[in-house]
Ligand binder design. Structure first.
Ligand code: SAM
Length: 423
């Protein structure tokens, strides 16, 4: 072996990074990174998560995000990320239930898991994501045994988050007891279900009849509703046969849940309790979030203010009877035109930061993921603006991690993890 490649380069090229990762740790466990850990930000996060858990290698093996092995034990993430979903890249995204519904603004679950670990959150602690989107943070919190509250103003996101986090410990027999044809027809024949179908399941079902969902829980109904909307999205964008796509997605998810069921027999999981609420991040008090009650925050507020998120999901809003212009008025980042849009956006984000500060316990951490965007031809350094806002509302700024976004069509070159503390 060429010595210039480093002394420790016995297995693969990232191996020398181990020295840097364990540099300040008095008694590090033996560790092996996943083969595909290669970006600087991943190495930084790997170091951060280990710095909080090195004293308990057994627990660390249960929760580590970037490691394949800890003290010779295969990590839980190794097994979980082996339960693959559509479009998965390595160990970073789309695994288990994360892939269910093509929602574009998701963050990488592996990265979120590492941040939850670094914050030191453990059983009984509560994580808050006030812009929960498709529920990524709640799924990861639940998997490492941490409780969580997610909030979103968009009812479609609330549905995604509830379903995807709920599937982790769902009753698979109940889910599989449904005849797929009947479930599909139930949604297909009532083409313009009202919004209440999401928010007031039992009442509406009473009126319209429960069809194949008679005697079953709300979670079963919501899973099939989301599956129908997934097929509707595929039909809208890639013009595939809805029925075939519905079956393919549902069956693939069933295989994932079956594989996870087998894993649960082999490994010990203590799932966190998580809930998703329909509400406004600018008014967390209205969602019942009390002052100094949260143990950590991980969130990604809307930042692609030039992207029309409403248009992307118009088919689903139409089906659910959601008025897109009403929703647009409540979504942070999409109000007004030209410079006015930016001003309203910053005002809304000040409110959101104030509420995050208010709800966090002193001594705890808040991680905000954000990208810089170009709006009306002007590059907005949102990361700098957010650091300024966060400091103004009282947060201590601890640092920033930069993540490159690859791919020829990426609108953004970088995303940033901003790290704050409420002292
Ligand atoms: C970048 S996405 C979050 C994605 C999420 N991290 C995930 O992994 O799926 C931002 C989210 O903020 C939500 N949002 C916008 N305005 C909001 C508001 N006023 N209150 C709560 N959520 C809001 C949007 O509906 C969207 O789901």
């Amino acid at each position: 072996m060429d010595q210039r490649l480093g002394q420790n380069n016995k297995e693969y090229i990232a191996e020398p990074m181990i020295d840097w990762i364990v540099k300040d740790i008095p008694k590090p466990p033996r560790i092996k990174l996943f083969d595909d850990v290669s970006f600087v930000y991943e190495i930084q996060l790997a170091r951060m998560e280990l710095s909080s858990w090195w004293r308990d290698p057994e627990e660390f093996a249960r929760r580590a995000a970037y490691y394949e092995e800890v003290d010779g034990r295969r990590t839980y993430h190794y097994y979980i990320s082996d339960i693959r979903g559509k479009g998965q890249i390595g160990r970073s995204n789309q695994y288990l239930t994360h892939w269910y519904y093509p929602y574009k603004a998701k963050f990488h679950p592996q990265m979120i898991k590492a941040l939850i670990n670094w914050m030191g959150l453990k059983a009984g602690d509560v994580l808050l994501d006030p812009f929960v989107g498709s529920g990524t943070a709640l799924i990861e919190a639940k998997l490492v045994g941490v409780d969580g509250v997610g909030i979103d103003i968009d009812p479609l996101c609330v549905l995604m988050s509830k379903v995807k986090a709920g599937l982790v410990d769902t009753n698979l027999d109940e889910l599989m007891s449904i005849d797929l044809r009947r479930a599909f027809d139930f949604f297909h024949e009532s083409k313009s279900a009202s919004q209440q179908r999401i928010t007031d399941f039992f009442q509406v079902i009473e009126r319209g009849g429960k069809g194949p969902f008679e005697g079953l829980g709300e979670d079963v109904y919501e899973f099939y509703l989301l599956s129908y909307l997934y097929a509707l999205s595929d039909w809208t964008y890639i013009h595939v046969d809805m029925w075939k796509q519905f079956c393919e997605n549902v069956n693939r998810m069933m295989r994932n849940l079956k594989a996870f069921g087998d894993l649960k027999k082999k490994l010990i999981f203590g799932f966190g309790r998580v809930k998703t609420l329909h509400g406004d991040a600018r008014h967390l008090g209205d969602c019942g979030i009390a002052a100094n009650s949260m143990d950590g925050i991980v969130t990604s507020p809307p930042y692609s203010i030039a992207v029309d998120y409403i248009a992307q999901d118009l088919h689903a809003f139409k089906y659910l009877g959601i008025d897109p212009s009403e929703l647009q008025e409540k979504l942070v980042g999409l109000k007004g035109k030209g410079d006015v849009r930016i001003q309203i956006y910053y005002k809304d984000m000040i409110l959101a930061f104030e509420k995050m500060f208010y709800s966090l316990k002193p001594g705890r951490y808040c991680c905000v993921i954000i990208g810089d965007v170009t709006y009306n031809g002007e590059k907005l350094r949102l990361s700098d603006t957010y650091v300024g806002i966060a400091k103004k509302v009282g947060f201590e700024y601890l640092g920033i991690i930069r993540r490159p976004i690859l791919g020829g069509f990426a609108r953004l070159r970088y995303e940033y993890i901003l790290i704050f503390k409420k002292s």
